[in-house]
Design a protein around this ligand. Structure first.
Ligand SMILES: C[S@@+](CC[C@H](N)C(=O)[O-])C[C@H]1O[C@@H](n2cnc3c(N)ncnc32)[C@H](O)[C@@H]1O
Length: 280
């Protein structure tokens, strides 16, 4: 809904252009998004929207660079939610694997059908519970090729996982073919935030917990860098609000601004394993 609100309410040039973001929502949710007030009236809502569109844009920018420069031929979208890339993939040679919790994926397929959006043959939907299933086995069964450089988008998911779930997935990504990268966002722990942001953190945490998916995993940038190194990934960049603003939001006058230091986005590169050496 926030990606859709961006298409409807924010000024050109948009940070993230997604012609399907509104369509996939259907009539009922569209009416709700139409009512979303502007950034100046709801600054925290706009800040959350800014973070979400920046992370979506960054993932697709990393994919574009990977296709151009690293021979990337697969895009793996983990915890895809209502991400629409699979249905507007502009790269004839890139296959898209959309992984999500079985319940979310079923709901999305119903939304796509109701909206009349066709899923192209280049896309595969793979139902996986990161906490229970072997992602590796499910991907293999769906035709995922570990010998092909792959960009993975893992957006809006890491804070909902256990440390074990995070590590199991990251270990797998670390063994993808050299030239593979992952883009994911993460949140800093409450105690690393200034007092006013601790209140924002509490309010958002309470909302997602009420929706049945509580936040449970947090990192400081230092903890994350250590963890990734241990798991066999190299941090390419770890963007804070200032870096995201400089890259994507500088000079905007429509109230689409990031606030606070809680949310960060990390791009990490697989150290690489020889094709076929993927292990759990
Ligand atoms: C906040 S949404 C983010 C969706 C999308 N990536 C985006 O950026 O809009 C979180 C997604 O993580 C998925 N998710 C959360 N826990 C999961 C788990 N244990 N296994 C698989 N998917 C999970 C949910 O199904 C949902 O699609």
């Amino acid at each position: 809904m926030r990606r859709a609100a961006h298409q409807l309410h924010d000024a050109e040039p948009l940070v993230f252009e997604d012609p399907l973001a509104v369509r996939i929502l259907g009539k009922e949710h569209f009416e709700e998004v139409k009512r979303t007030p502007d950034g100046a009236k709801r600054p925290f809502s706009a800040a959350l929207r800014a973070f979400m569109v920046v992370r979506a844009r960054l993932a697709e920018d990393v994919l574009a660079a990977g296709v151009r420069e690293q021979g990337v031929r697969q895009y793996l979208v983990l915890g895809a939610g209502l991400d629409t890339f699979a249905c507007r993939n502009p790269y004839a040679k890139v296959r898209v694997f959309e992984v999500d919790h079985p319940a979310t994926q079923k709901w999305k397929e119903e939304m796509l059908k109701a909206a009349g959006i066709v899923v192209p043959a280049s896309a595969r939907f793979v139902a996986v519970d990161f906490e229970k299933d072997s992602l590796r086995a499910k991907l293999k069964a769906a035709g995922f090729d570990d010998g092909v450089p792959t960009v993975t988008a893992w957006l809006g998911v890491v804070p909902y996982l256990t440390m074990e779930g995070f590590r199991a997935t990251m270990r797998l990504l670390a063994r993808f073919r050299e030239g593979s990268e992952v883009v994911f966002d993460y949140s800093q722990p409450r105690e690393a935030l200034p007092p006013v942001e601790q209140l924002m953190h509490d309010s958002l945490s309470a909302r997602v917990a009420m929706a049945g998916e509580p936040f449970q995993l947090f990192f400081t940038p230092e903890q994350l860098a250590q963890e990734l190194e241990w798991l066999g990934m190299r941090v390419v960049e770890d963007l804070d609000g200032a870096a995201m603003t400089a890259r994507y939001l500088a000079g905007r006058k429509d109230g689409l601004l990031l606030r606070g230091k809680a949310g960060r986005i990390c791009v990490a590169a697989a150290m690489g394993a020889k094709a076929g050496e993927m292990r759990d």
